[in-house]
Design a protein around this ligand. Structure first.
Ligand SMILES: *Cc1c(COP(=O)(O)O)cnc(C)c1O
Length: 460
């Protein structure tokens, strides 16, 4: 295809020539889908260079924190391969995820098993695969682990004091300080190793208090563990560095927790700090293109699909569009109110074209399947394409073995990003096996600054 670099080896992405943009890729794919009349009328484009840049930024900001990418967030093989090549670890919640990352060359020391409710067969599987570090927040789990995994190394999951009541996660998961004492005692009796503490603040923004409490509690648990003779050495600060509400989420969290870490877990203590970012790495790298499959013009003040009375502007019609993907697919997050989908038109409207009140619905004909409640759009036609950016987190079908069921994901990387990866010695194959030599040039001073691509030794 024009604008693409021919590669001899197989990489999990297409390389884009210097002048080719992500929009060109989307255009090309839309043309293909239109010409071929494929049944699949929705697809993702993933910019893996964006994932690489996120990792650089992580290394610059969270200098002492090793990321374990949370696979449940987006289990695309290419994302995992690139991250593995960059030397991140992986947080897996089940056997499928463990099998997937191991099949892509990730070694067991770089995998942690983090699920509050682990099936016995899967604990055994982790044991067989040499994955020792796992989370635990109650005595039933502890007993299961003690019986089925002799070399387990536990991270005690502590509950976080969450200021948002709506967050049920914090009620369901995590041990209180009192539970912790009991857990440590039982672990001692059962002969299970306890190596650290873990917590997860689901949405960092506006919830900095949660870190304050969590870090203080974590320190308590470290001290308590010492009383029982455990020498804990891992602190896991979870994920939740999502960038949707502003680009500087990571920096904000870091500013907040750095002084606290200095107090509670100073570097001299030798305690290794890790995190489980998910959305941070993938959200902005993925763009979704969907097709308009049906359309209705509704008269003024009539009811929409969910029975809500909608008013149009100045007697003009209100348009309802049905798109090829909805909340039972890539927009599943909308059901929890966490997506604020902003439609971008693929065909740029003429200037001065009138706009109309519109809403966008998924294809299920279900009253919950609303993707965009209200927006102003020029009149669109069936077959037009609509683009949504920032669609990388919790949007793909999450079961690792149903890739065929998923929407196609076209992975690309710009040639400059690729040159740069080569230059710092990151080839995907070798770096997976040899990540410990991740070069110090990762510590760039400029944020997301890439050294200018040099053409030496690279023939495009
Ligand atoms: C889902 C999850 C994560 C990842 O969260 P993001 O917001 O995507 O970074 C990390 N830790 C735990 C315990 C989770 O459940």
């Amino acid at each position: 295809m024009k604008g693409f670099v021919e590669l001899e080896e197989s990489y999990p992405f297409d390389l884009l020539e210097e002048k080719t943009t992500l929009n060109d890729v989307i255009d090309n794919r839309i043309r293909e889908h239109t010409v071929e009349q494929t049944e699949r009328n929705a697809f993702f484009v993933a910019d893996l260079g964006n994932v690489v840049k996120k990792n650089i930024r992580w290394k610059n900001v969270m200098t002492h924190v090793k990321p374990f990418y949370t696979v449940k967030c987006n289990s695309s093989h290419s994302v995992i391969e690139v991250l593995a090549g960059l030397g991140t670890g992986f947080a897996c919640a089940n056997k499928n995820e463990i099998t997937l990352v191991q099949s892509l060359g990730v070694t067991s020391e770089n995998i942690i098993y983090t699920n509050p409710c682990k099936q016995i067969s899967q604990i055994k599987y982790a044991a067989k695969k040499g994955i020792n570090i796992m989370s635990c927040d109650n005595s039933v789990e502890l007993l299961k682990i003690a019986r089925n995994h002799r070399s387990a190394e536990l991270l005690i999951d502590i509950a976080i004091a969450d200021s948002c009541e709506e967050n049920e996660m914090s009620l369901k998961f995590g041990a209180t300080l009192k539970d912790c004492r009991h857990l440590l005692e039982s672990a001692k009796e059962l002969g299970v190793q306890v190596v650290g503490v873990r917590f997860h603040v689901p949405s960092s923004s506006g919830n900095m208090e949660a870190y304050l409490h969590a870090l203080a509690d974590a320190r308590c648990v470290f001290d308590m563990a010492a009383e029982f003779g455990f020498n804990m050495n891992i602190l896991d600060i979870g994920g939740g560095f999502s960038e949707t509400d502003g680009e500087l989420e990571l920096e904000k969290v870091c500013d907040e927790i750095d002084p606290l870490l200095d107090i509670y877990f100073p570097s001299e203590s030798g305690i290794k700090i890790i995190a489980e970012p998910g959305s941070y790495y993938v959200n902005s790298a993925f763009t979704l293109a969907v097709n308009i499959v049906a359309k209705k013009a509704v008269a003024r003040d009539s009811q929409d699909q969910s029975g809500v009375v909608v008013s149009s502007v100045n007697d003009e019609p209100f348009f309802i569009y049905y798109i090829s993907d909805g909340v039972y697919g890539s927009f599943a997050n909308s059901l929890y109110g966490t997506v604020n989908a902003i439609p971008i038109l693929h065909k740029k409207p003429n200037s001065g074209e009138p706009v109309f009140a519109s809403s966008l619905w998924g294809p299920s004909c279900d009253g919950l399947d609303q993707v965009v409640e209200h927006c102003l759009l020029p009149e669109l036609s069936v077959g037009d394409w609509v683009i949504f950016e920032n669609m990388g987190a919790y949007t793909l079908e999450q079961s690792a073995f149903s890739e065929l069921e998923r929407l196609p994901v076209y992975c690309v990387m710009s040639i400059n990003d690729w040159y740069w990866m080569q230059e710092v010695g990151l080839t995907l194959e070798t770096s997976v096996k040899n990540f410990s030599c991740v070069p110090s040039c990762f510590q760039l001073n400029q944020e997301e600054g890439f050294p200018a691509a040099s053409l030496s030794g690279i023939s495009a």
